[in-house]
Design a protein around this ligand. Structure first.
Ligand code: ASP
Length: 329
């Protein structure tokens, strides 16, 4: 009798441990490469294939990290670096030009477990702004650093710097020239301005993280700062609710505190992740005239990819094997 009791106890312990291990293995990665006015008609087949390939590469980079026991923060950084190093996206290498013909990069990262966050704005010589945002989060006593001070801090942290020329790409330069030629903000010009990259992750330990990186908006002036480096606007993560990364017309995302609003709707109104994302993007922002979208993942691994533009470079991968990359509506 004693032995059989012991045996049952052992079996229960074994089963619960097994269930636990499996529960912890659950993960999800969602990425975006900017929302905008891309359509099947205005994106060449070659470009479309290049975007799909890069988004896949980013997802697989993240999957590898998570499956090797990496954290959500590590995953966000490495996934975003893949996108920052590509000239296709408006972040890092492919950053858009300011009115003065420069590149001023913004990025942010947030850890849902600790609510620590780091952000950088207006740097012109840091190869991977997302790494700098992370160093600001972990190695400084501040949340946001900007401009020359941020570059100085990056140097102290031994981050890779580049000549500002590194950020020159023909496509982005031509976009600025088109806008400058007309200067009046026609519809076409609005369409050429968008882009950003972002990544949100639920890791196998149940921790959430979010990151965003951008060149901002083409033709931006006077040291303009968008939503991407603003915690709560372009990026937010909280283990109690969700992790969010936004893309779109930053001024609207700042004024409607979009990323945090998704979390707040879940926490205080008990809305689901999808309901919250849809409400903010398709109603609140749409009615206000704010173009854009967001990606999000909640603590249970549910995901949302919502946008009110014609397209959003986006994709996700989950521990159950699901993997998707999409561009158009
Ligand atoms: N949200 C970015 C900004 O306003 C741009 C974008 O995502 O399209 O700087």
């Amino acid at each position: 009798m004693k032995t059989s009791k012991k045996f049952i106890f052992f079996m229960l312990f074994f089963i619960s441990t097994f269930i636990n291990i499996n529960a912890q293995k659950k993960y999800a990665i969602v990425i975006h490469g900017g929302a905008g006015y891309m359509t099947k008609e205005n994106l060449s087949e070659t470009k479309e294939a290049a975007y799909i390939e890069k988004l896949n590469e980013a997802l697989l980079t993240g999957k590898k990290i998570l499956e090797n026991g990496g954290t959500s923060i590590e995953t966000v950084i490495e996934v975003i670096k893949v996108l920052e190093n590509s000239p296709l996206f408006n972040a890092g290498k492919g950053a858009v030009f300011t009115h003065e013909g420069k590149n001023e990069l913004d990025a942010s990262i947030m850890d849902g477990k600790t609510l620590n966050a780091g952000a950088v704005s207006g740097v012109s010589n840091i190869k991977n702004p997302i790494e700098l945002a992370n160093k600001i989060m972990t190695n400084s006593k501040h949340v946001i650093l900007s401009g020359t001070g941020a570059s100085e801090f990056a140097k102290q942290q031994n981050l890779e710097t580049v000549d500002p020329e590194y950020f020159f790409t023909e496509d982005r330069w031509n976009s600025l020239q088109n806008i400058l030629k007309e200067e009046k903000k026609s519809e076409l010009n609005e369409k050429e301005k968008h882009g950003t990259v972002g990544c949100v992750v639920l890791d196998t330990y149940g921790n959430l993280a979010a990151g965003t990186s951008t060149g901002g908006m083409t033709n931006k002036e006077f040291g303009r700062i968008g939503d991407s480096p603003i915690i709560g606007a372009g990026t937010y993560a909280n283990n109690n609710t969700c992790a969010v990364s936004c893309t779109g017309h930053g001024e609207f995302f700042i004024r409607y505190v979009v990323a945090h609003s998704i979390s707040a709707l879940m926490e205080y109104k008990n809305l689901s992740l999808q309901e919250s994302a849809s409400l903010i993007i398709n109603k609140t922002l749409k009615e206000a005239g704010g173009d854009g979208g967001l990606i999000a993942v909640d603590k249970n691994g549910n995901i949302a990819l919502e946008f009110n533009t014609q397209g959003m470079f986006r994709g996700y991968i989950k521990s159950n094997g699901e993997k998707t990359v999409l561009i158009y509506k």
